[in-house]
Ligand binder design. Structure first.
Ligand code: HEC
Length: 103
């Protein structure tokens, strides 16, 4: 599957929004809806789909995974690029949001 041009467009376009200070599910939902939802669904994807679902997952697991992508201790060209520009507070918000939704 050839995805590289798609990913470059996505990554350059998505992180231009102003950063928000408050910690909230709202911020997490906004980020998740505008960025992560391009690839990750809430429900289980079809078998073999490359994007793991995030809804209803353990927030601690999600935080750890996203930080590992940011630090590149977990490798994924796509997720390393996406997580690279997230702040701790955005990661907390996003993990809290996904943890709060029912798959
Ligand atoms: C361009 C598509 C794309 C976007 C946008 C994207 N992801 Fe991912 N994500 C992936 C892929 C592909 C994987 C699987 C990578 C791997 O094999 O480790 C993944 C894996 C993950 C995982 C690991 C899940 C698990 O089961 O271990 C987490 C957590 C995650 N992404 C969070 C996010 C968050 C949060 C955002 C939004 C800030 C986001 N992703 C945006 C494509 C994307």
């Amino acid at each position: 599957m050839k995805m590289t041009p798609f990913i470059v467009l996505l990554v350059t376009g998505l992180f231009t929004s102003a950063s928000v200070q408050a910690t909230s599910l709202y911020v997490g939902q906004y980020k998740a809806g505008t960025v992560c939802a391009q690839c990750h669904g809430i429900r289980m994807p079809a078998a073999g789909a490359p994007f793991p679902p995030l809804g209803g997952r353990d927030p601690e697991y999600l935080k750890t995974a996203i930080k590992q992508y940011r630090d590149k201790t977990r490798k994924s060209d796509i997720m390393n690029a996406i997580a690279g520009s997230l702040t701790d507070s955005e990661i907390n918000d996003i993990a809290a949001y996904y943890g709060s939704v029912k798959p």
